[in-house]
Design a protein around this ligand. Structure first.
Ligand code: SER
Length: 571
């Protein structure tokens, strides 16, 4: 079955079951606070909250759509078997029409009876502090098919909703086929308030999402999404000497480029325009590297427009714009690229430092430099280049070198601020205390606690973290006590430098919002056998926890939906 047939079959299935079929909304969201459309439910938010009436707008409380989505979070991962920037999401939605029983039955019926697929297993929400387990969904699955295995997971996997803002949210049930998560069914039964409090929604709703690429993969029984008809023809149209990985990147990006341009985005230096520019430039860099003539990309864009245009008419009507804008950006970039390559040609020897300068000034990526430098770049290595990158990050992180410059501060890492030696000592103790605090929070409240921000001055540490509700006095006391115990145990603090990937593998905590250099420092508190805390961090820290002194929590409060803030001091 072709992907185009899958789209139609999905919509027909739900049309027969009294759903209004709604066209995909634009990738440019109505809501100016979001950069791009990332899920099918986005255009329906106001129907969940009751601000708008679905019956009035769609003549039905239930809708279904095939939605264009774009997620920037995976951009660097594209090229492996699973990640994409642009993708399509099949979804059915209900705003007080039906709930868990029907949703689960619909999904099962569509996959098993209509598409003849076999479900490996499903997952349901096992509950966490303050939010009950979704036992209803478990029971329904058992009723629908007693042979299906039901696995139970926590908030990270089986709960969907806004983090850091308010809106509808709730437990999910997910369906797995051939080891892949195929369908995410969200039961919006709560409303998350800015302080993280969850209230039951007046009218519970259903929001489901199934990636078309994955569905196509399992119905065709192929190894990965790139073997489907959504991608294979595009990959095959690229020269053979380009590696599979790079062909995937080019194909993914060209799809994204066509759809973004069709929805009115233009390359620029900010926000979504920058995302688009990045996609185009990356494709062009590959073009330069493999000597791909411009008409190859033109032809691929043409294929995307015509293949996807059967379903997404806007691609057809904006076809000229797509080609023109792509060509304009190519013109602009080729000048920078040419300047960079000219600079490169002047150098008789290119080491990591020079390569990094070319990267910084002209945006020439490592691969291009290595390729074009040829013999002159014999000593240039990826590791060396990454090391330069790391040094650069350290310099620009304003760190210790900022002595008495700028704000008259001795230390300003963004997180830590100190104006003289005495303050430096104090913030260093508070910094170590902050690591102990994060570890203690996770021990008491659970691993869902994630750092959302921190700020340390000589007076106090201020630590923001994700957690859905107010802490109880008991929990606060316990956390404070755990930190003070770690202090009195006189734990040694050690630092090790390693590759960022190795640090991640070692389980070192890191701040997800931050982009890390290829090599990072990992600070461990406690012996290997008894690690109390382990984090990726630029330092500085004290050498032994007993230097921290006595730790006291001053205040616990909300800063945003699902985000709490603790202020603490050391005596
Ligand atoms: N909103 C959910 C998701 O993005 C289900 O559609 O996975």
């Amino acid at each position: 079955m072709s992907s185009n047939e899958l789209r139609k079959k999905f919509l027909e299935f739900f049309k027969k079951r009294e759903h209004a079929i709604v066209p995909s909304s634009s990738l440019m969201p109505d809501d100016p606070s979001v950069l791009l459309t990332t899920a099918g439910m986005q255009q329906f938010k106001k129907y969940y909250t009751g601000e708008a009436d679905a019956l009035q707008d769609f003549k039905s409380k239930n809708t279904a759509s095939v939605q264009k989505c774009f997620r920037t979070s995976d951009i660097d991962e594209v090229g492996d078997d699973t990640h994409l920037t642009f993708f399509e999401m099949l979804g059915n939605f209900s705003f007080g029409g039906y709930f868990k029983e029907e949703s689960i039955r619909f999904a099962h019926d569509f996959l098993v009876n209509n598409l003849n697929l076999k479900i490996d297993y499903v997952s349901v929400f096992k509950g966490t502090k303050g939010v009950p387990a979704d036992t209803e969904s478990e029971k329904i699955w058992k009723k629908v098919d007693p042979s299906i295995e039901v696995r139970k997971f926590g908030r990270e996997d089986n709960f969907w909703g806004p983090t850091g803002s308010e809106g509808p949210c709730g437990p999910t049930t997910e369906i797995y086929i051939n080891g892949t998560e195929i369908w995410n069914i969200v039961f919006n039964q709560y409303y998350s308030h800015p302080d993280g409090k969850l209230d039951p929604l007046k009218t519970p709703g259903v929001d489901t999402g199934m990636g078309l690429e994955r569905l196509s993969m399992v119905t065709r029984n192929v190894k990965n999404i790139f073997e489907t008809d959504l991608f294979r023809p595009l990959l095959n149209a690229l020269p053979e000497e380009i590696s599979e990985r790079n062909r995937r990147i080019i194909a993914d990006h060209l799809r994204g480029i066509a759809f973004l341009l069709a929805d009115g985005f233009r390359p620029s230096n900010k926000e979504a325009g920058y995302v688009l520019r990045r996609l185009i430039r990356r494709v062009l860099v590959y073009g330069e590297r493999y000597n791909i003539p411009p008409h190859v990309f033109e032809a691929l864009l043409h294929d995307v427009v015509h293949e996807y245009g059967k379903f997404y008419k806007e691609l057809m009507s904006t076809s000229d714009v797509i080609h023109t804008e792509f060509a304009l950006e190519r013109e602009k970039f080729s000048r920078t690229l040419a300047r960079g390559l000219k600079e490169l040609s002047k150098e008789s020897k290119i080491d990591s430092e020079k390569a990094f300068r070319l990267y910084e000034t002209f945006g020439l990526p490592y691969e291009i430099i290595k390729e074009f430098a040829g013999e002159r770049g014999r000593i240039l290595t990826r590791d060396g280049f990454d090391e330069e990158f790391r040094k650069h990050q350290e310099r620009s992180r304003a760190g210790l070198e900022k002595k008495f410059g700028g704000h008259g501060l001795l230390l300003d890492t963004g997180e830590l601020k100190a104006k003289d030696e005495a303050e430096l000592k104090k913030v260093t103790r508070l910094h170590t205390a902050t690591h102990l605090l994060q570890a203690a929070l996770r021990k008491v409240l659970g691993e869902e606690v994630k750092q959302m921000g921190s700020d340390i001055t000589a007076e106090r540490t201020r630590f923001d973290f994700s957690f859905p509700r107010k802490l109880t006095p008991d929990e606060i006391e316990k956390i404070e006590q755990l930190v003070n115990e770690a202090i009195s145990k006189q734990l040694k603090i050690s630092m090790e430098e390693m590759k960022f990937e190795d640090a991640q593998k070692s389980g070192a905590l890191h701040f997800f919002k931050q982009k890390y250099p290829p090599r990072v420092k990992v600070y461990t508190m406690g012996s290997k056998e008894e690690e109390f805390s382990k984090e990726i961090c630029g330092g500085p820290h004290v050498l032994n926890t007993d230097e921290v002194g006595k730790f006291v929590i001053l205040k616990e409060e909300a800063v945003a939906g699902g985000v709490r803030r603790i202020r603490a001091a050391v005596l």
